[in-house]
Design a protein around this ligand. Sequence first.
Ligand SMILES: [Zn+2]
Length: 489
Amino acid sequence: MKLLIRNALIVTMNEQNDVIEKGSIVIDGNRLAYVGPAEWTPPGPFDQTIDADRMIAMPGMINSHCHSPANLVRGMMPSKPLEIWRAYYRASLRDMRDEDFYASALLGGMEMLKSGATTVLDHFAGNASCRFMGAGAAIQAMRDLGLRHVAALTVTDKNYEDTIPLGETAAELNAEIKRMSASEAKSAQAWLDECEAFIETFHAPEKLTTACPGPSAVQRCSDELLKGCAEIARRRSLPMHIHLAETKAQQVQGDKIYGHSLLQHLDSLGIVGTNLSCAHSIWIEDSDVELFAKCGSTPVHNPASNLRIGSGLARVKEFLAAGVNVALGTDGSASNDGQNMFDALRLVALIHNQAGTDFNQWVTPAQALAMATRNGARAFGLDGVLGPGKLADLVLLRRDTPAFTPLNDVMGQLVFCENGSSVDTVIVNGEIVVKEGRLAKIDEQEALQFAAHARERLDPSIQRELAAAKSIEPALAEMYFRVFEKQPR
Ligand SMILES: [Zn+2]
């Protein structure tokens, strides 16, 4: 299949951030054969031609951190600190089955594609009653949509109550916390075996799937498990993904367990490197910024989630100044309420502009777009750039919309003005998966109905488990105020 896109305004997102005013793109199979000025377009024949003289072409965005099971509970989680929020969110997962994980991933994937993301990292944690916790169903949904995905299987071999700095809690509360976390932990070896089997079963780049290990968080895993996951990733040349220092409570617990920062602990185990991406990376030490720059690992910034559950402001400006490869994500819909990468783009370009800070370091549109494209790609061994030989993952946006009228500064308008509604065509791996703003491979109404039915059927268990989560909130709230040395008012 040979496809010509002609006369587009092309935002290449190459290292020079080149913009081609009137350019053509030739797709041959799943790769870009030509990206350049329209007048130099190589001769056909082409199987299909898209006239794009009223379009902007950009690389498909890469959502570098999310949790696909969270899409059924958007809008309903309390705005409370992560440790409390997590108790409520985990409650919603307890009775999900494969069909629910499928429906939830379909819903999130549909939103991502229609708003210009072509790749997602799904840090997948479901529940123990399903094979691979339900990750296979999520992978199937993303394949059905035509969304490229990095499925990182979330593993943990510690009991949750041992991974947070809980104080003296009443015995019945501890029992409840234990019950809620009981299904998550397995032995390190059992998880490593499962990781290998998961990758053997699902890793298939030609089917859009990269399968890899995703240790839940540094303090939630034994050294044996962390090293084992890193060894699997290295041996198989795969990425590895982990949560890092999302909250102050995690930093406090890390200090208690290791005597230094969580990133330094990963470094001491010899598992930092360019294939490692670390969601959040907020509560880190000054020297960790340099360590990120030196080892080439990628912090993944999730601005909406950080705001929604008050995790803190990631040190994005310092990362950028030090040359760190920062990527961008939405995080799950339980702490973001949506999966729209244009929302993340706009937020990352706004929230770091704090009064009294050096405005020369505030995030520029080009930096925001790099985070959403080539930086994420680098962490996962993909491209995220429009150029010859690169993967054919791209988005065409209409220019005849309020966001781009008048057209003043295409990169500034992509970041500050667009919300995803100008997306017309999305191509993944050379295949058109969104056409005229609608999904090409599945029925959108049917996908929405799947999700609504799944949520309805899960309601009794969600209500029951939310009530249980509420019962442990006082112990978690005590911990929150203690680590910040504050009193509730
Ligand atoms: Zn997360």
